[in-house]
Design a protein around this ligand. Sequence first.
Ligand SMILES: N[C@H](CCC[C@H](N)C(=O)O)C(=O)O
Length: 253
Amino acid sequence: MQFWKFEAEGNSYIVVESSNQHPVDVQSICSRRVGLGSDGLLTAEWLDESTVRMRVFNADGTEAPMCGNGARCVAAFAYVNRPHLKDRDIVIQAKGATVTHRLADTDGMKFNAVIRLDQDPLISKQEAESRYQYVVGSPHLVILTDLDAVNLTEEGPRFESTYDGGTNVMFASVVDHGVIRVLPWERGVGVVEGCATGSAAAVMAVAMRTPNWPTESEVLTPKGCVRVEWNPMDRMLSMEGNVSLLAEGTYFA
Ligand SMILES: N[C@H](CCC[C@H](N)C(=O)O)C(=O)O
């Protein structure tokens, strides 16, 4: 089975074309010990010249509705295989959102991704505890807190179960005007080094409670940096980040 492995701002994903006939054991292929190692597997199905349907599977095999860093990997997969898409919009359709990508830089691969959210992403909030539940395609609980005091492997799974169906958990803190640091815990994966839609959720929470917060923010995760622009009036979200192709080959399973 042919695969492409990408890294995107701290998340790594394996992309396979959905037309391949082999049943895919997601847990095995994503395993760092007995597989290729990744945060998840993405299937890509060409719908037309520049539109790809993406399905997202976490490393534990569960399916997720959306993944921002993953959508960028699939946009990169489209571009790598069809380089004439360089100056075109590449549309990635996931169950939870449709994301329009534009190559912003060909030195490496930087994409700008735009989503128009259908509804208010804020689901609930517990202001006193600085906790905000969002759905940005996928669910993210944002907890604004002192990151030095966070025990990710203990608190991540505890908060993951506070939302029906589980939630990704983003521990976040403002480090400068327009700059947020996030420690992400992903449902179905665990500790990860980056998370784009989670970074966007962190920006939404901070922007809502901080007067004069700039429209453009930078979100730093342990191994990633995503520029997020959020306009709550028309619910336009844009996320900019890099992606690189790490490997391409045949997986024998
Ligand atoms: N890493 C992804 C989010 C994955 C969410 C997934 N773990 C879920 O079960 O919802 C991102 O960059 O947006």
